[in-house]
Write a protein that binds this ligand. Structure first.
Ligand SMILES: [Zn+2]
Length: 52
């Protein structure tokens, strides 16, 4: 199971993949967390957790 955390309404659509254009950081807990970076460098104030 992989959970993607990505910014809401970002300037660019993110791919739910570790090879997304934003070069997401992957952290391993009980599940893999893929933490995406926003296109405009804003903080992840309202991340979406999505299970794929
Ligand atoms: Zn991304």
């Amino acid at each position: 199971m992989t959970i993607h955390i990505m910014p809401l309404n970002d300037l660019r659509e993110h791919d739910e993949s570790t090879t997304c254009w934003c070069l997401p950081r992957v952290e391993w807990h009980e599940e893999a967390l893929v933490i995406h970076n926003s296109a405009d460098g804003r903080e992840l104030t309202k991340p979406i957790g999505r299970r794929v």
